[in-house]
Design a protein around this ligand. Sequence first.
Ligand code: THU
Length: 136
Amino acid sequence: MKNEIFEKALSSALEVRKNAYAPYSNFAVGAAIVTTDGTIFTGVNVENSSFGATNCAERTALFSAVTAGYRDFEAIFIASNLSGKAVFPCGICRQVLADFNPEMRVILVNSETKKVEQDLLLSDIFPGIFEFGKEQ
Ligand code: THU
């Protein structure tokens, strides 16, 4: 990924985090997913009083990109801070991301320090992926 896109996606994830709707957990997450052509889509967690209806930031970003017609993803930046550390994507988000690119770069950003804490591949944290077999 070009450095310019990397920096833009990093700041987008940090910036959009301010829009998280998290009145129940008070835990705000911002995400920015980068397509193979360098387009960036952002997302935040959107909670609900029926807790199970909550959508994570990662899926919000991906759903927004897919809605706009994009399906090829290179990386996702996830900005958060829980007790001083950036969090990993949850199991549901790993499964959803893996459907599009199991080798996607996952970049964990600490929203306090604004620094990249981990830069790994989805396959590193989500082996043994469940695949149904796609028609297209
Ligand atoms: N959350 C995310 O948005 N992404 C993650 O990677 C972990 C969890 C949200 C969901 C919920 O709004 C809050 O964090 C607490 O679980």
